[in-house]
Design a protein around this ligand. Structure first.
Ligand SMILES: C[S@@+](CC[C@H](N)C(=O)[O-])C[C@H]1O[C@@H](n2cnc3c(N)ncnc32)[C@H](O)[C@@H]1O
Length: 234
């Protein structure tokens, strides 16, 4: 299979997925406000072809890989939010963390388990907006990559509270998303985030520890990489 074949199938899949996305139509957003049906449809239509999943890089994201490079997460309990096909969760596990990874789409979770049958990662179906109560304050590192930018902006405050709720005393939240300037117009979804969106994730006892503006030269397009910390002994 050539790279050109893959790129061609991905382009066709994107066009198909855009055509069924109510958020791509004026006034259509109310049909699927949390985009749950669309995410489920992505994995269903993809079948077993990762080209059909627009965000599937089949490798840890470079902005996460860079951050992990030279770090150990030995002894950490980590949570990967909206884990998709599992590459980032596996990278967190390879760095030493005990990882739980969740996605609302059962097909994504089944696929991740099939891809990594020997994995130590605990893959499970769950919803960011209705997560298991046992996850409250249970993780030393919560990792979120590309889910926030896929959500309508009206959901970001609730998403911020949900993410913060998972972070243990002394723990951290790592968020990586595509970045845009305040005045840059976009034709989402996805909706790359502005700096204020990232800063607004510092809720319920989290504070911004670092907020990096990672240039396109390092990760193909510009990204934010932000680390938030919660005070405490951990
Ligand atoms: C843009 S994809 C990114 C996937 C993965 N983080 C990656 O970078 O490959 C967003 C993922 O979040 C999942 N998702 C969307 N809304 C969610 C929610 N409310 N709870 C859990 N997962 C959600 C989707 O099913 C999808 O797999």
């Amino acid at each position: 299979m050539s790279g050109a074949d893959f790129a061609d199938r991905r382009a066709k899949a994107r066009a198909r997925l855009d055509a069924i996305d109510p958020h791509k139509r004026a006034g259509g957003a109310d049909a699927d406000p949390y985009r749950r049906e669309w995410f489920e449809a992505v994995y269903e239509l993809a079948g077993d072809d990762p080209a059909g999943v627009p965000w599937a890089g089949l490798a840890p994201h470079p902005a996460l890989a860079q951050w992990l490079s030279g770090r150990t997460l030995a002894g950490f309990r980590a949570l990967d939010v909206g884990c998709g096909l599992g590459d980032n969760a596996e990278a967190l596990a390879a760095a030493g963390a005990r990882v739980t990874a969740f996605d609302l789409a059962p097909r994504a979770i089944d696929w991740a388990k099939r891809r990594f049958p020997e994995s130590s990662v605990d893959y499970c179906v769950a919803d960011l907006f209705d997560a298991p109560p046992a996850w409250r304050g249970a993780f030393d590192l919560v990792h979120e990559l590309y889910t926030l930018q896929a959500l309508p902006s009206a959901l970001l405050p609730a998403a911020a509270r949900a993410l913060a709720s998972f972070v243990a005393p002394g723990g951290a939240l790592l968020v990586i998303s595509r970045a845009r300037d305040d005045d840059q117009t976009i034709d989402g979804p996805p909706w790359p985030l502005i700096r204020a969106n990232i800063e607004a994730l510092a809720v319920d006892g989290l504070r911004v520890a670092t907020l990096e503006d990672v240039p396109a030269s390092e990760t193909s397009v510009r990204h934010w990489r932000a680390l938030f910390r919660r005070e405490g002994d951990g």
